[in-house]
Ligand binder design. Sequence first.
Ligand code: SD4
Length: 332
Amino acid sequence: MKRRTFLKNSTSGTAALVAAPTLIACKEASEKPIVGEESSEPIRPIAVCTWNFQNATAKAWEVLSSDGSALDAVEQGVMVEEADVTNETVGKGGRPDRDGNVTLDACIMDKDGNCGSVVYLKNIVHPVSVARKVMEETPHIILAGKGAEQFAYEQGFKKEELLTESTRKQYEEWKKTSKYETVINIENHDTIGMLTIDKNGDIAGACTTSGMAYKVAGRVGDSPIIGAGLYVDNEVGGATATGVGEEVIRTVGSFLIVELMRQGKSPQEACEEGVKRIMKKNEGRKDFQIGFLAINKKGETGGYCVHPGFTYREYTENGHENKTVQSFYQKE
Ligand code: SD4
């Protein structure tokens, strides 16, 4: 019953808990943000991810509902997007850097604070799984570039072309008009960050991306940086980021969100505070998007973004739920 109350509060007004994956539960801009402070029973298992990746949360749920661990769920969940060539900012089919190379960034973190990361990885479809191998098979946390790729082959990953016909054509078009400049595109928002809690109440997170389209060769964003694109503390909760990575790194964004929750803020309040800190330093800028997604130990979730259409997807025992969080930042 408590759980129902939470869900009702979370999606009040025009929103509805929906079974059909194509329906979106929208929050009105005027409504109170999603805060589940009333729930006393923890919500678990649960999977949440940035944007509307229903297949990813469904996969994570499949793992969680068969008593799988949060770590397995989060890895297998984001792998769905890495393999999806129609998602042009994650994994295979991701847009290349300005030299035409697809380079991937990803990280993963478990309940014990173990973490692994790969940056500037080429030719491998599932960077998150390589990141997990870094975490489990090496004494290190981050492997980069050629070394990361070599390590992946040693671990049995196959070499694969990541540029698709579609992204190659787009790249050729971009070269004609680009003046070789990186696109800071506010619509470039398909990075997946996912947070899961399993039936034991343990939390894990993962984040994976091809980064900013047509970035300078060698550029690495926030997504594979522990504390920036992702952070998990099993005592408190987890957070992940989407948007312009440089701004998230500057504020150590995901770590900040988790620390704010530790101090007593709800996931929603923490995400809002994180975005506001970034915006304070970027007054007047309209050309970028920053979003945070967070979950606390009780399974309460929140999200906030400098983008009116920010969505995150949640999967609980009741099935799919989409939340379009129109808590768009406005200067106070
Ligand atoms: C990056 N944060 O590389 C990523 C991009 C992103 O939604 O999240 N896009 O900066």
